[in-house]
Design a protein around this ligand. Structure first.
Ligand SMILES: Cc1cc2nc3c(=O)[nH]c(=O)nc-3n(C[C@H](O)[C@H](O)[C@H](O)COP(=O)(O)O)c2cc1C
Length: 286
């Protein structure tokens, strides 16, 4: 479906979730396609960019938007490191050669959960930091994620594209050393930013029946809902044979949909070091 065939938000929602999946297809039918929500629902990750730079002025504005995100208790525990030094960017790219968008994007940055600033402020103000437990980690991680997503949506309103890169956490000690991350800080995700060179595509999402609960958590029909989602998604875009994972371990699946792909993905352990890393950064996880 091309963007010109949308008549209302209901069409846009159908494109994201499949026909009749959200509100039986009616939700959004009275909202025009120039509603600002359309841009959010049609958003997509971009991994290929033109050579056009992003001006420092625009970047300043995008960070101003990003740090306007809500923040737990107004503690403002997000930071970002923009990687401008080409040697540092190349060092990060070399850690993750499978993701050339890290090196090709106009801008590359890493979003940081920052439990350091408030601890330093406590020192300046002569007060104890009495919240030294897992919640300190979670609050900083959430603040960083909210700021990164607000940056993302801001960038997308300007026609820019982004790709988050959590794989930086597969090399977390090296990233800490390259960025000289001090105690009580930790990388949440990298973010590539650039002007998209391709249209990209809309990745279909799980139905609200699975993600939106009323009054109590209820997943009794998960298997059936996921089977329907697998089928809808496969009809839109079938995962190519070359992208199917771990055939050597699990064999060729008769039907290789989203759930088979994701179950295979998480059947391999990764980032088991994260707890050790966070504790080494001085943050308690108990
Ligand atoms: C926290 C986070 C980490 C991600 N890490 C990576 C990554 O390491 N490499 C990558 O290519 N995409 C990464 N992505 C992008 C996701 O793969 C993408 O958002 C997902 O496939 C859905 O596609 P869409 O954003 O186009 O709807 C990440 C996204 C998020 C939110």
């Amino acid at each position: 479906m091309s963007d010109s065939s949308f008549n209302s938000l209901a069409d846009i929602i159908a494109h994201r979730y499949g026909e009749g999946v959200v509100g039986n297809g009616h939700s959004g039918s009275d909202m025009p396609i120039d509603d600002p929500l359309a841009q959010i629902i049609l958003r997509r990750t971009h991994r290929r960019y033109t050579d056009q730079p992003v001006s420092d002025d625009l970047l300043d504005v995008l960070f101003a938007a990003a740090f306007s995100a809500s923040a737990k208790s107004d503690l403002q525990q997000a930071s970002v490191v923009v990687v401008k030094d080409e040697n540092k960017r190349q060092a990060i790219q070399e850690l993750i050669p499978s993701m050339p968008w890290i090196g090709n994007a106009a801008v590359f940055m890493i979003w940081i959960g920052d439990s350091r600033r408030i601890r330093r402020i406590c020192e300046h103000r002569g007060k104890p930091f009495a919240n030294d437990h897992l919640d300190a980690f979670l609050n900083a991680a959430v603040d960083a994620a909210l700021a990164m997503q607000t940056f993302t949506l801001a960038a997308e309103t300007k026609g820019l594209g982004v790709c988050p890169v959590s794989v930086v956490r597969n090399h977390i000690d090296a990233i800490r050393d390259i960025l000289e991350l001090p105690l009580y800080t930790f990388p949440v995700a990298g973010l590539c930013l650039g002007w998209p060179s391709q249209e990209g595509f809309i990745s279909m999402r799980l139905p609200p029946k699975v993600t939106v609960h009323t009054d109590r958590y209820d997943d009794w029909d998960l298997a059936e809902e996921v089977a329907g989602y697998d089928k809808r998604r496969d009809e839109r875009f079938s995962i190519p044979s070359a992208s199917r994972r771990l055939n050597d371990v699990y064999g060729e699946a008769e039907f290789y949909g989203w759930s088979e792909d994701k179950a295979r993905q998480v059947s391999t352990a990764e980032r088991e070091n994260l707890g050790r890393f966070v504790r080494a950064q001085g943050i308690r996880t108990d």
